[in-house]
Design a protein around this ligand. Structure first.
Ligand SMILES: *Cc1c(COP(=O)(O)O)cnc(C)c1O
Length: 473
């Protein structure tokens, strides 16, 4: 018998490995099938190594039941670790798309809990006990807050745009300026959405300038919609010009066309009081006479992911009746969070306090600097083997909104002595909660603008643990 065959014979049986304490400890959380499969896979792997590379490919100790149990248990523990987990966002980007955009107000979280933990009035009209519409929970609020006649909500704004275009323009043409053929993250491109919705795109003007006459010349019998898209994630500067919403409305009235605007972010309050460039609010656009306005729930509004559609009653009804509306419908948890968030806006001061993105905007520079100083001191006292300095920084809105806006800010720059910055960042990503910060000039840049003050202490602990060299936290 060859040595290789001899080794193969020494591979233990799956049942033998399963008796090892390390796997027995997992039987509460994982089924016997899953544990057995994990062991089986590892034994298979060892067998392939032995057959391919001979006896020298695998150390004898690796064939021991305890060693195999060890490897299988590591795989199993990884399976049990939550993949979608909490992150402390120290990037300075408030609406970080990869980190879940807007955090919710505490009131919205309570509403989700209340609605999710039992039954709710989702589709029951409590005045008569009959079936009701889920949209009515937010329609009145949205009308109050934007001045629109009617409102509808769906799963997200991409869905809102697709639904509105399909319901109002399928088989006909929508005219859009070439300067507004937007692509946003996740391959959402206005021309492709129009195609998916069966609406023919009629591009007019040039990238940097589009005039009223460009629209006029493009209008035919086939035209159904004049579409304006807010260039939320880029700006065309220099020799540029666009037709305003109000001008499009005039044109739409003249030719009996629907004027629709995709606002992207959708502000409900004027942000200029925060020292930010004035962006049109949803109310401004509705007041300008635009027939249908779409915007996101989880960008500057600071609520859950949702697509909000407000506008003329007859058009909103038509959109709501389209079969696609059912496919894109909003779920009850989102609805609970959205209703609560919108209600906060009935008193703007309350929204400013409770909606996290708004309070992050409002944070004073001096206060941010103070928090950074405390963090720096905390790290120096630990002490950690790193150079820790305070540096000037800027925070950004993110989420494809207000791309040019920079909020003056401070950050803590950390340069570890015995560790690469990349390794430090990797360790922090592996923790629960994970800590995500930027890397600049070979330093980890920790910006506290999007970190909740109540989490400053935990953030410091995570940094100390990672700098001291703990692999898990
Ligand atoms: C963000 C954005 C969308 C998509 O909104 P989601 O809520 O992410 O689906 C559509 N149009 C514009 C202009 C946007 O900025």
């Amino acid at each position: 018998m060859s040595e290789r065959q001899n080794l193969l014979r020494h591979l233990p049986a799956v049942d033998r490995v399963l008796r090892e304490a390390e796997l027995q400890a997992l039987t509460d959380q994982l089924s016997a099938d899953i544990l057995a499969e994990a062991v089986h896979q590892h034994i298979d792997y060892l067998r392939r190594q032995l057959l391919g590379g001979g006896a020298s490919a695998v150390a004898g100790a690796a064939l021991e039941p305890a060693a195999i149990a060890n490897a299988a248990a590591a795989y199993c523990r990884d399976l049990l670790k939550p993949s979608l987990r909490k992150v402390i966002n120290a990037t300075g980007t408030l609406l970080h798309t990869n980190l879940g955009r807007a955090p919710l107000a505490p009131q919205a979280l309570r509403a989700i809990h209340d609605v999710a933990s039992g039954y709710s009035t989702l589709e029951m009209d409590m005045s008569n006990g009959k079936r009701g519409e889920r949209y009515r929970h937010v329609e009145r609020l949205l009308c109050r807050l934007t001045g629109a006649e009617a409102a509808l909500v769906v799963n997200n704004n991409a869905g809102a745009v697709l639904l509105a275009l399909t319901a109002l323009g399928r088989g006909r043409e929508a005219i859009v300026s070439r300067g507004e053929l937007v692509e946003i993250g996740g391959a959402f491109r206005i021309p492709e959405v129009m195609e998916a919705g069966g609406v023919l795109l009629r591009e007019v003007g040039s990238t940097n300038r589009t005039h009223r006459r460009d629209y006029v010349q493009a209008i035919t019998e086939q035209t159904a919609i004049l579409l304006k898209v807010h260039t939320s994630n880029y700006r065309i500067v220099g020799f540029s010009g666009e037709v305003t919403s109000a001008e499009l409305v005039g044109l739409g009235r003249e030719h009996q066309l629907i004027v629709m605007e995709d606002l992207g972010s959708g502000l409900l309050t004027d942000l200029s009081s925060y020292g930010l460039a004035a962006e049109p609010t949803v109310g401004d656009v509705v007041r300008s006479g635009v027939d249908v306005v779409t915007f996101s729930g989880d960008k500057l509004l600071g609520g859950p992911q949702a697509g909000l559609i407000v506008g003329r009653k007859d058009l909103i009804r038509k959109i709501a009746k389209h079969p696609l509306a059912r496919a894109l419908r909003i779920d009850k948890l989102t609805l609970a969070a959205l209703e609560t968030t919108l209600r906060l806006y009935l008193q703007p001061c309350q929204a400013a306090r409770a909606v996290p993105v708004l309070s992050m905007f409002a944070a004073e520079l001096q206060q941010q600097k103070g928090r950074c100083e405390t963090l720096r001191q905390c790290l120096l006292d630990a002490p950690v083997a790193a150079e820790v300095t305070l540096v000037e920084d800027v925070a950004r809105v993110g989420g494809g909104a207000m791309p040019l806006t920079e909020l003056a800010d401070w950050a803590v720059a950390i340069r570890p002595h015995h560790l690469s910055v990349a390794k430090l960042a990797a360790r922090l990503r592996d923790y629960t909660p994970a800590l995500i910060a930027r890397i600049r000039d070979d330093a980890l840049l920790v910006n506290l603008r999007a970190v909740f003050a109540a989490e400053d202490c935990l953030l410091a602990q995570l940094l100390v643990a990672a700098l001291v060299g703990e692999e898990s936290c």
